[in-house]
Design a protein around this ligand. Sequence first.
Ligand code: G6P
Ligand code: ZN
Length: 543
Amino acid sequence: MEIIETRTTPIEGQKPGTSGLRKKTHVFMGPHYLENYVQSIFDGIGGVDGKTLVLGGDGRYFNDRAAQVILRMAAANGAAKVIVGVGALLSTPAASNLIRKRGTDGGLILSASHNPGGPEEDFGLKYNGPNGGPASEGVTDRIYAATQTITGYKIAEAHDVDLSAPGTHRIGPMEVEVIDPVTDYAALMEELFDFDALRALFSGGFTMTFDAMHAVTGPYAKTILEGKLGAAAGTVINAEPKPDFGGGHPDPNPIWAKPLVDRMMGGDAPDFGAASDGDGDRNMIVGRGIYITPSDSLAVLAANAPLAPAYAGGLAGVARSMPTSAAVDRVAEKLGIDCYETPTGWKFFGNLLDAGRATLCGEESAGTGSDHVREKDGLWAVLLWLNILAKSGKSVAELMADHWQTYGRNYYSRHDYEDVDAGVANEMVEELRGRLAELPGQEHGGLTVESATEFSYDDPVDGSRSARQGLIIAFEGGARAVIRLSGTGTVGATIRLYLERLETDPAKLDADPQDALAPVIAAAESIAGIKERSGREGPNVIT
Ligand code: G6P
Ligand code: ZN
């Protein structure tokens, strides 16, 4: 094997965000861009000599080429073995499972998650550690530092590895094991859930639509739902992964998965609707006539998880990201278990899961998961819902109504202002941060500010501190507005405004969330002036 050592210089801006490095595809395809970053990952984790890695991605444009480059670089850097999915495909949760199951030293996942794909759209790469989870901040800091001092990278001179079918290949001494991307993941799901009950559910006439959004979960959902569980052929729609996701935006929310939501609200809706994102870690749940917010989904799953075999013994604890609604907190309180509040980003759940402190975790951004892997897991959430529906005999709407009657309803919505000038957005946050101390006691939009703080997180397991994780404005009576800047965008800045209000009056549980939250929306605008500063009439995404 001939190893080429190429001289290079640092490329600006290779700083991993909330979930790895995401850039426009043409940026990633630029000279040395991918190679610099991959070498920096290897250097940042202390080298890959003798190590075994997992490799795969969501199949977006450039996924296949990038995978071949990474294989040659892994070989040149002395890796012992890389386990890669056929076609260089692996959903993020399936990659996490493989890292854990095969006891590897981590893995590289090619994805920009729910961002669109294609030459003009987005690409991404992230490193997950040996526990199967996204690298901690300590590790991503070292990777970033390596991008700033890099002087060269190593790559093997070799032909493309045939990734079209399972098999074993070599690049020099490095072994490349090509595996079916679905098999191990499907086996894990079968361990966790009552597949007999799910088969009985479908054979009893239960109907569902799963929108794979032309992204990576298509083959997984087809194998599990239609293959193993006997759901009708055609249950999985948009099942074929495409490099540009069929021109769509593979984000499972009411805006980007609108056709599915419309179908669920119509007269011939199936019993259950679900969708997953580009790399298969997000989920959207819709019942007949009812959309379930991710925050409510987490709460319902926590309250009913013991209906599934894997969680029959109860939950050790639960965790949610700070901007996620407190619906799950109310469940935890009733169950008498701990509820942790972490910064945005799945990586923050890793320590809690590893330490056995939390069993279920979730985020408002359509992520739900458990200790079965170290990533959020879209299809897992769907299967847990199905298991709960099968065992409880309730419809989605009945389950949700019962839940709200028991726990009250945390009305919730997120307003996004995308592609705002980064300077304007930063200045807005900066200025508001400076005013936090004077807000308590002030009245805005008819609500009185009770407290105004900036969230920082002290990890209870490793003691690390993550500061500046969002501004929280709490109002008397329990409502709350949170403002933070997204860490996953690739152009400009995205301002996120998260709104929440608890309603316990049994007669007031069926309002439109935007109506129920109107006072909080008005108060937040009066305090932060997002519309005014961004020059926008309103948010461009409402979840
Ligand atoms: C990704 C991460 C999540 C995060 C979400 C939104 O999906 O995996 O952990 O909640 O992005 O992050 P953002 O920084 O854009 O709000
Ligand atoms: Zn994703």
